[in-house]
Design a protein around this ligand. Structure first.
Ligand SMILES: Cc1cc2nc3c(=O)[nH]c(=O)nc-3n(C[C@H](O)[C@H](O)[C@H](O)COP(=O)(O)OP(=O)(O)OC[C@H]3O[C@@H](n4cnc5c(N)ncnc54)[C@H](O)[C@@H]3O)c2cc1C
Length: 242
């Protein structure tokens, strides 16, 4: 989202500090379940954003910078580190009025990973089956933009036709847990949890065993499942008293 009338101030703080729940934890709706989170990005990246603007549009930024520099020099305010200058320079400009939103939800989880002839991983991830989710996400982004009176809302360029590719940093699956080898790779039976079907004592304990999208950021779920695998191998659970 770009060009909001209200400041978005995305250059402060850690990447994710807030979330909005859309039918994931509350009022669960399988077809439209997702979370929206803010993605802050550092001043350095904001400078790159400024850098790609046509030169003439950067004049505004320079004007603000010179005015602030003059005012700080004449009022005797400490110049401090360069941080204030970067911040103020961006204050009235595209980076300060731009917001990157992260949305993650429960898609149909029917992507298929294969190795091609050169042993490169390729993914067939049909977007059409999960359109109800993607449409809900796009609508929430538009709503968010309207509430900040933004002039532009744009999904990732990969989403543009004819590419229509989604992007994830939460790759899950590959050796999914299941009740038998016809539908999965690792055992979901508590007695052999995480063990590869047909391979005794070979276990998988990471995001590969998660059988479906979990909607939210997955690290805690992966850690919990991996702990279950470890408990199965050693035969006892951690002692909370230790
Ligand atoms: C940019 C980004 C931001 C993210 N933010 C969040 C977040 O805020 N919250 C959240 O919950 N999740 C987040 N995730 C997702 C989360 O990081 C992953 O889901 C999680 O780390 C996956 O855990 P894993 O153990 O399955 O795999 P990984 O953490 O990827 O661990 C796999 C390990 O195997 C090693 N390895 C690979 N190949 C070999 C080999 N051949 N031999 C030996 N070792 C090998 C790798 O070096 C790596 O250490 C983010 C992911 C990314 C990329």
């Amino acid at each position: 989202m770009l060009g909001s009338k209200l400041p978005a101030d995305p250059n402060y703080g850690p990447v994710i500090t807030q979330r909005t729940d859309y039918n994931l934890f509350k009022d669960f709706d399988r077809e439209h379940a997702f979370m929206m989170q803010d993605a802050a990005y550092g001043n350095i990246l904001a400078w790159f954003a400024e850098g790609v603007k046509p030169g003439v549009l950067r004049l505004d930024a320079l004007k603000h910078f010179l005015r602030d520099l003059y005012s700080r020099l004449t009022t005797g305010k400490s110049l401090g580190s360069l941080g204030w200058a970067l911040d103020d320079l961006l204050n009235k400009d595209v980076s300060f009025h731009t917001c990157v939103l992260l949305c993650m939800g429960i898609d149909k989880s029917n992507g298929v990973m294969t190795l091609d002839g050169d042993h490169q991983l390729s993914i067939d991830w049909p977007y059409k089956d999960s359109l109800s989710l993607y449409r809900a996400i796009l609508e929430s982004g538009k709503q968010f933009s309207r509430s900040l009176e933004a002039s532009i809302f744009a999904p990732l360029p990969t989403w543009d036709l004819p590419i229509r590719n989604n992007v994830t940093v939460h790759a899950l699956g590959g050796c999914i847990l299941a009740n038998d080898s016809a539908v999965g790779v690792t055992s979901a039976d508590p007695k052999t949890f995480g063990q590869v079907f047909g391979y005794r004592d070979l276990y998988v304990a990471d995001g590969a065993i998660v059988p479906t999208a979990v909607g939210a950021n997955p690290t805690a779920t992966i850690a919990a499942l991996s702990e279950m695998v470890a408990e199965g191998i050693i035969g006892f659970a951690p002692d909370p008293g230790l």
